[in-house]
Write a protein that binds this ligand. Structure first.
Ligand SMILES: [Ca+2]
Ligand SMILES: [Ca+2]
Length: 296
């Protein structure tokens, strides 16, 4: 009897030990602190809001949910939509650390010193917005095969763009290229500004299948800004100052829906729209320009 009890308790003990080990390894995995090679990126993610929970293009929650001053694996896996708009305060140079954010669907990077966007393999990523980054010269999205929306805007030194991935030739990408990037030719892919802009002008959900082309010349990378919109961020009204009188002014949300259109105006009423990111398309007699507008 004693032996039976002893073996029973040994088995129970072994089971408990196994359970404890399993649980600790599970919690160990998800509770693991992420290591960041780019400390500015880590600082930003800890100190500023970066999660966009309501999909309006503006951050509204902190990634460090348990406020322990570290980003755990579990916190990274909760991130579906990440907004990183840093200004001068966080000199982020690379985005490779975002590789741990494997559940990301949408990534928005704006106004920082990033010099490239390369090396990320994110299978769930569907949308990428890159704008107002004057130092960025290389964008390689070939590790993100499920992208359907790519917005590249005001990347005045962008020279190398790679959208190529295994199924690229059969896929349709939505691209908005605005004012400064008129033609991106990298590897064998050429995406032409005019065709994309035309889709946008038609008010459709913009969709443009890049063709495989031989032409790799770069053209029209002038850095002019013929339209000024202010204040931006705005609240009730957005004022426009254009070198040439606009023929039409149209406001879109991030889903591509047209919210407002006018031919005779130098200000756009914004009061009735919810806070978020919008795009203003200004067409003059011979060119069109797109500006990102933040409504507070
Ligand atoms: Ca939001
Ligand atoms: Ca944390």
């Amino acid at each position: 009897m004693f032996n039976i009890l002893r073996s029973y308790s040994t088995v129970t003990g072994a089971c408990l030990a196994f359970l404890v080990l399993s649980l600790s390894s599970v919690f160990g995995l998800f509770g693991q602190n992420l290591h960041f090679t780019d400390t500015a990126l880590k600082s930003f993610l800890l100190q500023e809001m970066s999660l966009d929970l309501d999909s309006n293009g503006l951050a509204d929650a902190f990634l460090d949910a348990n406020s322990d001053g570290e980003i755990q694996q579990s916190e990274a896996l909760q991130a579906k939509r990440l907004v990183i708009i840093t200004g001068q305060n966080y000199p982020i140079l690379h985005v490779g650390d975002l590789q741990a954010f494997t559940q990301l669907k949408s990534l928005h990077l704006q106004r920082n010193g990033l010099i490239d966007f390369v090396g990320l393999q994110l299978l769930n990523l569907q949308e990428v917005y890159l704008s107002d980054m004057n130092l960025m010269d290389r964008v390689d999205l070939s590790g993100c095969p499920n992208l359907h929306t790519i917005v590249l805007e005001s990347l005045s030194h962008l020279k190398h763009l790679n959208l190529k991935n295994g199924s690229f030739a059969n896929q349709s990408f939505s691209l908005f290229y605005t004012n400064v990037v008129e033609s991106a030719c990298v590897d064998s892919i050429q995406a032409e500004y005019d065709a994309v802009a035309q889709c946008f002008l038609n008010g459709n959900s913009p969709s443009y299948t890049c063709s495989m082309g031989q032409n790799t010349t770069e053209q029209g990378l002038e850095n002019q800004n013929p339209v000024i919109a202010f204040p931006n961020p705005c609240s009730n009204f957005l004022n426009l100052q254009a070198m040439e009188k606009p023929v039409s002014i149209r406001l879109f949300n991030l889903q591509g829906q047209e919210l407002y259109s006018s031919s005779q105006t130098n200000s756009v009423p914004m009061a009735k729209y919810p806070p978020g990111l919008y795009r203003l398309l200004i067409q003059s007699s011979n060119q069109s320009h797109c500006i990102s507008i933040v409504k507070e």
